[in-house]
Write a protein that binds this ligand. Structure first.
Ligand code: FES
Ligand SMILES: [Fe+2]
Length: 454
């Protein structure tokens, strides 16, 4: 393995990444570092504000909160999406709480100022009692927020100078378009309060190095490389692969959907060649075809999995920097969103997404109650991940612990992610940050440390 050199100089940021394979512990709890992220990172990035099926009809709205900001995301008459800052222009009261449908607009509950569903102020009670300079029309409307749609979700950005959404999400956006993620719908939606920094939470999911120790039930040779020279039994191989699919299905309550596991079961007795390579290729191709056909026959919008394979896109994990993830497998996907609540507190949401026949989609999803990370209701795989996180956050505070040492071969993504954060904290312009986003919005497992250009 090449040694990590000092090609990358540290940016002028406190606790900056100096050697790219070392991450100082203060980045995960120092209040000033957190404050810098609140000022210079979160207000400058695209954030997934809601899934579109949360606002299926015109005038449906949801409140999206991050840090001390509250945004109203609203479905328009023409089924577009708009967003506003959630603050009355009179004395600042939040116009909405939670979610709902505004029939003809919003009425502030304090003194009754009214706003149309386009955010325009439509009525000020006792208008004549205000001085003229407090009634300039443009100053009375709800403050608009940039809002764009991609991947079945509405996204917001407080930075008017940020590039368009899609430019910031590539290459994940194009890859996940090929997966037809916009046709996925929520089967369940959970939320977890994690007593850890948001980056620690994210980083627990972006490397495969921990799988052997933390998720032993997933270490099945069909997916983790057959031993050189080991004898190969096609029947045992199929059994093991179905066992893996089942472990993924039960472990994540649906990351491999039960429908797809059933399709695999139906192929259990198929004949495979004796040669291991040929057998594995035949099995994968047949399973991909069977899953694709099963969903297409019931009328779901389903990508051709073998086509995705041929294009090298059949990988199960994509990040949309900084806080949104899609993990597609066969017909379905898990999806994560992380939001910082405090330097050492994070809200993580998990969606299980799947495909439904057209016209047979489920009703709008119910927002989850937030569970603690040790809640017994969590499926086995998140339980395993969550059990390590609070211990790690505590361990970081040890006097003798200074920095994380990353495996250059398996944890390069964490370095790329952290140095992208530094790019934002150093206030780099968006055109310099964009190549870093494109480096991070990829399949993260076993990625090398990349030159981000700063
Ligand atoms: S604060 Fe909204 S009407 Fe007064
Ligand atoms: Fe994990």
């Amino acid at each position: 393995m090449a040694t990590v050199d000092q090609r990358w100089s540290a940016l002028p940021v406190p606790y900056a990444i100096e050697l790219p394979d070392r991450v100082r512990k203060e980045r995960y709890f120092d209040p000033d570092f957190y404050r810098l992220e609140c000022e210079l990172l979160w207000p400058r990035v695209w954030q997934m504000a809601c899934r579109l099926e949360e606002i299926p009809k015109p005038h449906d709205f949801v409140e999206y909160e991050f840090l001390d900001q509250s945004i109203v995301v609203l479905r328009t008459d023409d089924m577009g999406v708009k967003a506003f800052q959630n603050a009355c222009r009179h004395r600042g009261v939040k116009i909405v709480q939670g979610r709902g449908t505004c029939e003809s607009g919003f009425v502030c509950p304090f003194h009754g100022w009214c706003y149309g569903s386009d955010g325009q102020n439509s009525f000020v009670p006792r208008r004549r009692t205000f001085a003229e300079h407090n009634l300039y029309a443009d100053d009375l409307n709800l403050v608009p927020v940039r809002c764009e749609v991609w991947g079945g979700c509405a996204w917001i950005n407080l930075d008017d100078d940020a590039p368009p959404l899609r430019a910031c999400l590539e290459p994940a956006a194009s890859i996940l378009d090929a997966w037809k993620v916009e046709s996925l719908r929520t089967e369940w939606w959970y939320a977890c309060r994690l007593p850890v920094n948001w980056k620690l939470a994210v980083e627990a999911f972006v490397e495969s190095y921990h799988v052997v120790e933390a998720h032993p039930q997933l270490v099945i040779p069909t997916r983790y490389g057959l031993r050189e020279g080991a004898s190969f039994d096609p029947r045992a191989f199929i059994d093991a692969d179905i066992q893996y699919l089942r472990a993924m299905s039960e472990g994540m309550a649906g990351m491999v959907h039960a429908n797809d596991v059933r399709v695999a079961e139906s192929l259990r007795s198929m004949e495979l060649p004796d040669d291991p390579k040929a057998a594995i290729a035949t099995w994968n191709r047949t399973l991909n075809d069977a899953v694709t056909s099963w969903h297409r026959e019931r009328g779901a919008d389903m990508p051709d999995l073998n086509e995705l394979d041929a294009q090298g896109l059949n990988l199960e994990f994509y990040q949309c920097f900084p806080h949104y993830f899609v993990l597609p497998m066969y017909s379905s996907a898990s999806s994560y969103r992380f939001r910082p609540l405090a330097p050492e507190e994070t809200l993580m949401e998990i969606w299980s997404l799947t495909r439904f026949p057209a016209g047979d989609e489920p009703p709008e999803p119910t927002p989850p109650e937030t569970w603690e990370c040790d809640d017994p209701r969590w499926p086995p795989i998140p339980t395993q991940d969550f059990s390590n996180l609070p211990r790690q956050q505590k361990g970081l505070h040890a006097k003798g612990f200074e920095y994380m040492r990353l495996s250059e071969g398996m944890e390069g993504h964490i370095s790329n992610l952290q140095r992208t954060v530094d790019g934002f904290l150093a206030g780099l312009p968006h055109d310099e940050l964009l190549p870093a986003l494109h480096e991070v919005n990829v399949y993260p497992f076993d990625k090398p440390i990349a030159d981000l250009g700063f």
